[in-house]
Structure formats: C-alpha cells, structure tokens
Design a protein around this ligand. Structure first.
Ligand SMILES: [Zn+2]
Ligand SMILES: [Zn+2]
Length: 165
C-alpha cells in the first residue's frame, strides 16, 4: 500500500486454499472475490473447474455470473454513505428473488444435475438492521444445521432446495 495503490491493478486474491480432497462429492457456488465461485463442501477450498463435469458453455455463464456478483459487491463497498446505492447492492445480494440470485440459483440447479451442488445466499451479518432469515427463502421450511463444511462460517441450510444461509 502506498499513496498510489488505488490506481494500480489489484493484487490477485488468495483468500481460499485450493481443494485437495481426493474425490469431489459436493460443491457450492460461493462468491469469494475469485473469477471461479466453486468451492468444495467438504474442505471449503476452491475447486479447480476442470475437476467438475460441466456442460458446454456452463463455465462461461458461471464466470459471467461471478463477475456480475462481484460488481454488486464492489458497488456495496464503494457506496459508502450513499444509501440508495447501498440498498440496491444489498437487495441484489440478500434478496433471494433478485435477478442476481435467481440467475445464480438456476446455475446451481443446472450444475446439480452433474454433481451435488448447493447455492450460498449472502446476508449481511455485520449490520444490526435485520436478523438472518429463519426459514428457507425458497420453500419457507425450517433451516437445518450445516455440519459438513469445515470452518465454514454459515451454519444453516435447506437441504431440499440446497441453499446455504
Ligand atoms: Zn475439498
Ligand atoms: Zn427450501
């Protein structure tokens, strides 16, 4: 970091270790500031895309979606005191019915035909504005504890809809 760092290209993100499981049984679409939003549900590591059986064109669509998600994340961070921008960015990410989430969830369901695939639904845990949802945003059923993700912060899921909250 120096006085000019904001005008230079960003450092590559190294937030998640790569998945090193010998076999891959379950994945999750989990945006984490990487072009590839796929993580392994067993170890929470990023999954190399070539390890997942993907239909032609799917990787491209998933990558485009990750860029869109990233744009809303950036909007939120950059909105600062602008409430209108902040609301727009927050709603796109937290509201399951938003175009962003509907498109992301459709990708998860498509991938689920090839490999068990969950969808991570973001909500802001830092703000005291509202509590995390109590029921599944898709089917309203009570959420169940999520025990199979090592060190993963979120602890609830609807296993029928394959949504993690
Ligand atoms: Zn793994
Ligand atoms: Zn559900």
């Amino acid at each position: 970091m120096d006085a000019y760092s904001s005008l230079r290209p960003p450092e590559p993100s190294q937030e998640l270790e790569p998945c090193s499981c010998s076999s891959l049984t379950s994945v999750m679409i989990y945006p984490h500031f990487s072009p590839n939003p796929l993580i392994c549900r067993a170890c929470s590591g990023e999954v190399a895309p070539e390890r997942v059986p993907l239909e032609p064109g799917f990787a491209h669509r998933l990558g485009r979606w990750a860029q869109l998600q990233d744009a809303f994340e950036t909007l939120w961070i950059q909105a600062e005191e602008d409430e209108e921008l902040e609301h727009l960015a927050r709603d796109a990410q937290e509201n399951f019915k938003s175009a962003l989430n509907q498109r992301g969830y459709a990708l998860a369901q498509e991938l689920d035909k090839n490999i068990d695939c969950y969808y991570f639904l973001f909500y802001d845990v830092t703000g005291a504005e509202h509590d995390p949802p109590e029921g599944c945003p898709n089917c309203s059923q009570t959420l169940k504890p999520l025990q199979d993700a090592n060190g993963f912060r979120r602890k609830q899921a609807c296993h029928a809809c394959k949504i993690v909250l």
